[in-house]
Design a protein around this ligand. Structure first.
Ligand code: NAP
Length: 256
């Protein structure tokens, strides 16, 4: 744990994948703290509606900007646009976008597997490297990335999405290692199950599921405490500790 990365006079942040219900709750947590926000998602109409709602409820500046995680060449002009709108270098960025294909479909249709890697990993690297360099040059800021417990160990149920998230977790770990001396904080978020459109229609184990509000509060609390990594909900840390430690000879026979 370190110092509070939110303890800055510059109260501005960019939320990527802002039409996610978790991102919407995160935006509200930041707005409650007086942050001016840029909300960005490929669903621009929905993002614009969310931005208007957040601005009205919390009396803060909140702007919607179109953003496609897989349109890599647009990421540099996107950051320029964020700077122009906010009038400053943003203090932080929260990466919430993600794409989870149905595992069997991704096994049979490479386009779906590729989209999972392109969105969750390549898109994240493309856009976060730009924010990372800007924050490193300024010597301050924060980066939050929503990875997944799926990246902690490959399982037959979702190993293609899991592989992309494992890459993202590794990338965030490297960024943290690189940016620590520049005073830039990097928080890796590992949700288990959250009740969102990504999991809509899936049979979820009720007691293990976080609501978007619960998840957002846990993420902002972890950021405020200067944590490097947070599991949402907290008990996933212990579930995944057990899962990671099952010997491979036994794990390969299991149906999890
Ligand atoms: N829900 C869970 O149980 C769970 C568990 C572990 C980790 N996570 C991670 O948590 C994050 C938030 O997920 P969520 O559950 O809130 O899912 P979600 O509701 O599906 O939100 C993901 C958002 O990312 C957007 N997005 C997808 N592809 C994009 C692209 N190329 N460019 C820009 N935006 C794009 C989606 O827009 P469209 O809907 O328009 O495509 C959506 O608004 C994701 O990174 C997810 O992988 C979720």
């Amino acid at each position: 744990m370190g110092r509070n990365p939110l303890d800055s006079a510059n109260k501005t942040a960019v939320i990527l994948g802002a039409a996610s219900t978790v991102a919407r709750s995160i935006a509200m947590e930041f707005a409650r703290g007086g942050y001016a926000l840029v909300l960005a998602d490929c669903d621009h109409e929905e993002t614009a509606r969310i931005a208007a709602d957040v601005a009205l409820r919390f009396d803060v500046a909140c702007h919607a900007v179109p953003f496609d995680a897989t349109a890599y060449c647009t990421h540099r002009p996107f950051l320029e646009e964020c700077r122009r709108i906010l009038g400053v270098e943003p203090q932080g960025v929260v990466l919430c976008f993600g794409y989870m294909p149905e595992q069997r479909e991704a096994q049979e249709d490479f386009a779906k597997a590729q989209r999972a890697i392109d969105t969750n990993l390549t898109g994240a690297i493309s856009v976060l490297e730009l924010f990372a360099s800007a924050f490193e040059a300024r010597r301050g800021g924060f980066i939050v990335g929503l990875s997944s417990v799926a990246g902690d160990r490959g399982r037959k149920a979702n190993y293609i999405y899991g592989a992309a998230k494992a890459g993202l977790t590794c990338f965030l770990s490297g960024l943290r290692n690189r940016l620590h001396t520049a005073g830039v904080h990097v928080l890796t978020v590992k949700p288990g199950f959250m009740d969102t459109k990504m999991t809509y229609g899936m049979p979820l184990p009720g007691p293990l599921v976080a609501s978007p509000g619960q998840a957002a509060r846990a993420i902002v609390r972890a950021l405020r405490k200067g944590k490097d990594e947070v599991y949402v909900r907290f008990f996933w840390r212990y579930i995944m500790l057990i899962i990671r430690n099952i010997p491979e000879w036994q794990f390969k026979k299991m149906n999890i």
